[in-house]
Design a protein around this ligand. Sequence first.
Ligand code: AMP
Ligand code: MG
Length: 348
Amino acid sequence: MIRFSAPPSEKAYRLVLPIVALALGACQDQVEVHNERAFVMGTLVEISATGVGAEPFREAAGAAFLEMRSLHDALTPLDGESELVRFNARGHGRWVALEGPLTELVPRALSVQRASDNAFNPHLGRLVALWGFREPPFPGRPPPEKAIRGLLEAGASQPALALRREGSLEGRLEHPGATLDLGGIAKGFAVDRAVAALREHGVDNALVNAGGDMRALGRRGERPWRIGIRHPRREHHVIATVELRNGEAMVTSGDYERFFRAEGKRFHHLLDPTTGRPARRAQQASVLGPRATESDAWSTALFSKGSQGLEALGPGLPGLVIDTSGKAHASPTMRRRLHWRSEEILAP
Ligand code: AMP
Ligand code: MG
């Protein structure tokens, strides 16, 4: 997910570091691995690389972070100047040109929305704001029933965004309850753009890790980049590892990323569009694939659908779901890629 927030405090760094440590790069072999870190899109982003000099790597990583920052500025719902907020302010009931990265990202978001049967819904903005998950501190109790129902009646979670090409690409929001919110796809898109920037700067072997949204380029010396999938309830515990092939991405959505507890329950930021409430079929969902953008959107969709959503992914997007009882479910293609480590979670 994407977290839009103020510049990091030291505490924020400490919170994010353990997740980043799940990129299992630093083993005791002879390969020289360069690392650069920056706080971007509300999360600590780490770029590691091999087979490149220290100085060219620093420059390449700087270009990648710059690209991610500019995407954050365009896609944040919290800044009145962002392209996303400008569209939301004008796009209800009339055609408005999509600007900047929205022209590429919105059509890709809509195709996952269609393919996932609306489990990924890129215009839940008003519901996300109602639940208070845009930025911490989170509210500590769910919104009134009536407010949720009101937004659902105003079309908050129905497919609501139409596109047309009139010279430029234009969009129109068809329901007053819907506003664009690309939080479920933007970080993956930023990871892909970061990888492209690294390539342009001559870096062929790298791992980008944006708080758990990862994509690999090339290899880590003699072997592939190896990453860990975390335990949904034990932050530092790796339940399985996967070796990423050249260009592959792995993205995870979890109910522990943004949540509060009330009435004895966990209320988190991953909404089920059919209910307008936090989805109740999973603790965690991960999707492997050729691009972080689509893996990101699908990990959100898979979280919402739970294990029954694995089939919708197809063989090209291996998926893993940890259900609410802590049991793992994996698609056949994912099963072949997992090196299972956990004794607590039943292997799929
Ligand atoms: P992620 O952690 O990538 O799965 O994204 C979570 C973010 O996506 C939330 O903070 C919301 O902004 C947004 N979101 C929540 N539920 C959905 C959904 N069902 N479809 C698309 N975006 C969602
Ligand atoms: Mg996502």
